[in-house]
Design a protein around this ligand. Structure first.
Ligand code: AMP
Length: 283
């Protein structure tokens, strides 16, 4: 595996791959890699023959009181895992490489960018879209792979790609979980044993919500939310931000009857650690 830091080195490596007729996949990450990230690489390998992984902790998507400084940075072990996974190119740029021109405009995530995660983390999705579009511009991939775990992020990236990158295919990879159900996350390493136990209740709440669906369109979305909320209420150490049902295609909240595919979203704080998860619900 080759590792590059500069945009010019990246360009040269990509040009070489494309000249050899290779299809290029990009897997953007912030590092502190776990099996969830590695699963995206396996998906990427099925869709392309040259896999680029980026590791960049993007300052633009962290609020002033968030964990940017403390976010885990484990480049050496990440790099070893990526080589082992058969990644072709690791792009680990500095802030100057990603944002050479401070006056460059940022992307706007629009109205959906201000709901749910965006309501709790103002500016987060503008910063996320800005870095993702910059990565798309630099790497010029044929496909890019993102996890379903970050559902709102994925929705906004798909919307941006349809509008601005019509030749790029966005691929969604399923959420990888621990045996107990907790979705893998780089932030899980902040959890001590007790907090880890509490964190399992997020996925338990999602399962309870999914189980409240009666087949045949008889379920009111409120029943799903109530069933999920009841589980989390039994773990008061988890401070709930939201449990919500959204239309999977529009990310608009579902309040009344619905048939089709929905996402049940959950976000909660366990101690200082903010966790999010979701599951697909078919009515
Ligand atoms: P991050 O490093 O947290 O920015 O995540 C990089 C990519 O990995 C994003 O597309 C995430 O959605 C994805 N990802 C994070 N956790 C998981 C997981 N547990 N399963 C699958 N994909 C994940």
């Amino acid at each position: 595996m080759k590792t590059v830091v500069r945009a010019s080195e990246l360009n040269a490596a990509i040009e070489l791959a494309k000249a050899a007729g290779k299809k290029v996949a990009l897997v953007p990450t912030m590092g502190a890699l776990h099996q969830g990230h590695l699963s995206l690489i396996q998906v990427a390998k099925k869709h392309a023959d040259f896999v680029v992984v980026s590791i960049f902790v993007n300052p633009l998507q962290f609020g002033p009181s968030e964990d940017f400084d403390k976010y885990p940075r484990t480049l050496e072990t990440d790099s070893a895992q990526l080589a082992e996974a058969g990644v072709d190119l690791l792009f680990s740029p500095t802030v100057d490489v990603m944002y050479p021109d401070a006056s460059e405009s940022t992307k706007s995530a629009g109205h959906i960018g201000n709901t749910f995660e965006g309501a709790v983390r103002p500016g987060h999705f503008d910063g996320m879209l800005t870095v993702v579009s910059r990565l798309f511009d630099l790497v010029q991939p044929n496909v890019a792979v993102f996890g379903a775990k970050d559902a709102q992020q994925l929705h906004l990236i798909k919307t941006m790609a349809t509008r601005d990158y019509p030749n790029l295919e966005i691929i969604e990879a399923p959420t990888i979980r621990e045996v107990g159900g907790l979705a893998l996350s780089s932030r899980n390493r902040y959890l001590d044993e007790a907090a880890h136990e509490v964190a399992q209740q997020l996925s338990a709440a999602l399962r309870a919500g999914a189980a409240a669906v009666h087949p045949g369109g008889q379920t009111n979305p409120k029943q799903v939310i109530e069933a999920a909320t009841a589980v989390l209420a039994k773990a008061p150490e988890a401070k709930l931000d939201y449990i919500a049902l959204v239309d999977q295609d529009t990310f608009e909240p579902l309040e009344n009857g619905f048939s089709g595919r929905a996402l049940l979203l959950i976000a909660a704080r366990v101690g200082e650690t903010r966790l999010i998860d979701n599951t697909e619900i078919t009515f």
